[in-house]
Design a protein around this ligand. Structure first.
Ligand code: ADP
Length: 477
């Protein structure tokens, strides 16, 4: 079984969020099931190629936007997983991740590669991810290329509404598709919708989110269309690469720890209680917070997206409570400037209790996972979410909104704390309940931490589900 996995970010070469993690780890898990899987992604200028040996495998030209463009295809292997990756290079469209033209060009190039058999390898299945790949299924249909398409929605909110000129630039004949004609009339091309309509199978990243997106509340305007194709949609929970995470854990965390003390690769791993205490002290010192093990330390790691990540209710809750100086809060994230300013205000007024770090910093992220007692995930919606899984791997307990993949991965009062209503009071109640257990019921808190540490979020089961889905698609040929 040969699968080409198309994606716009690929860790460790280029990563903006959870999609980059998935692009690294899911193909690796499928490879271990015997799938011949390769990843294809743009070759941005910022790709971190490091010492990886790369090789140019093809050069060809095509017409895009009415002009001839030269494309180079490079290949290398993931340094962590050995999965081969193809990088598409073009100065005008793929040097920088510029929406619309980058997507349109990327989609067109992938289909040309398959049509012209540019690679010495032809996939049976094209696994596409998010809006960036949205027009590939339509092009595949138009060109009648014998490959099945699986389209994974990682976040329905990002649909990529784009100027209709992209259709002409890509050389798509609107007469071949009614939806495109309809979109041209409404003056926007919705990349995600195109992907949903024209692919053979749709997956979303958790079973709960698969149900939620059929409702008006979570459907982002596409619920009716999605309801019409319910049988085509499957929810498969994302996983994390526990082996790889442990490697990073080992490298950037000052005092590595596990559920119990052990020696790994000649290095001491503390038991979690001791390790967490040491890492907490290290983090408090590093970030200029008051060094005090008796203050619960709560973190937030993620994109500062005010529409999704619960920044409003978290800010209100912190403003109301942090002054009472009962806990510390560490934020790591970047994005919305307005919210950066508002959170910055909290750290300016309460420097010993609040530390806000507006940057993308993987080493600091791991130090925060390791040094915090709790992680806050107040997202309004969360298709899957990886931070709660990574946090649990570090024995850091999630306090999260009862939604999407958070429901599928956090067991209430067993591995974390959940709140139902999306408001600052509910969040506060859940957090204070968590603090109460942490302070007053050490035995139960130890149990919860052990449960979290022993949770299995590896890709094993989910990769098997993707494998069965691929197989079914091919068997139905
Ligand atoms: P999303 O996909 O919505 O961005 P996820 O929870 O699925 O959120 O994944 C986020 C991933 O990005 C995690 O691996 C997290 O550790 C990482 N991450 C997010 N923001 C930062 C940051 N500022 N610095 C380092 N890593 C980050």
């Amino acid at each position: 079984m040969k699968v080409l996995f198309a994606v716009w970010e690929l860790d460790p070469f280029f990563k903006m969020g959870g999609l980059g993690d998935v692009a690294r780890s899911l193909p690796a898990a499928l490879k271990s099931l015997g799938v011949d899987i390769r990843v294809i992604t743009p070759y941005y200028k910022v790709e971190k190629m490091g010492r990886n040996k790369k090789e140019k495998v093809a050069v060809f030209s095509l017409v895009y936007g009415g002009k001839k463009q030269t494309v180079e295809v490079w290949t290398t292997q993931s340094p962590y997983t050995g999965v081969p990756a193809y990088f598409i290079k073009n100065k005008k469209y793929l040097d920088k991740a510029n929406p619309v033209d980058t997507w349109g060009f990327f989609d067109k190039v992938i289909v040309e590669i398959l049509k012209r058999k540019v690679l010495d390898w032809e996939p049976d299945i094209l696994h596409l991810n998010d809006r960036h790949c949205g027009l590939i299924p339509l092009l595949i249909k138009n060109e009648k290329i014998p490959v099945k398409t699986v389209f994974t929605i990682h976040n329905l909110a990002y649909q990529g509404p784009s100027p209709v000129s992209v259709i002409k630039d890509m050389g798509i004949d609107p007469n071949l598709c009614k939806i495109v004609q309809w979109e041209i009339k409404s003056k926007k091309i919705n990349f995600l919708l195109e992907g949903i309509i024209h692919s053979d199978k749709i997956t979303v990243v958790s079973p709960t989110y698969a149900k939620e997106i059929l409702t008006e509340e979570y459907g982002q305007g596409l619920n009716e269309i999605l309801r019409g194709m319910e049988g085509k949609i499957e929810g498969i929970l994302n996983g994390i690469d526990t082996g790889w995470r442990n490697t990073t854990h080992y490298k950037s965390v000052k005092y590595p720890y596990n559920s119990h003390e052990e020696i790994v690769g000649g290095k001491k791993f503390y038991n979690w209680k001791e390790g967490k205490k040491l890492n907490k002290k290290f983090l408090q010192k590093k970030l200029g917070l008051k060094v005090d093990n008796n203050l619960p330390l709560v973190c937030f790691i993620g994109r500062l997206d005010p529409k999704q990540k619960g920044l409003d209710i978290m800010h209100t809750m912190l403003r109301r409570n942090v002054e009472k100086q009962k806990f510390q809060f560490v934020m790591l994230g970047d994005g919305d400037k307005h919210w950066e300013e508002r959170y910055n205000w909290l750290s300016t007024f309460f420097p010993k209790y609040v530390s806000c770090n507006f940057k993308f910093d993987e080493a600091l992220a791991h130090q925060i996972y390791a040094g915090s007692d709790f992680i806050l995930i107040p997202s309004l919606y969360e298709p899957c979410g990886l931070i709660q899984m990574i946090a649990m791997l570090f024995g850091t307990i999630p306090v999260a909104h009862k939604t999407g993949g958070l429901i599928d991965s956090i067991k209430e009062n067993f591995t974390g704390f959940l709140f139902e209503k999306y408001n600052s009071e509910s969040l506060e109640k859940a957090l204070f309940k968590a603090f109460d257990v942490w302070k007053n019921d050490k035995k139960q808190f130890e149990e919860i931490t052990n449960n979290a540490l022993n949770s299995d979020f590896s890709w094993k089961r989910s990769a098997q589900e993707y494998f069965s889905l691929y197989k079914k698609l091919l068997d139905n040929n």
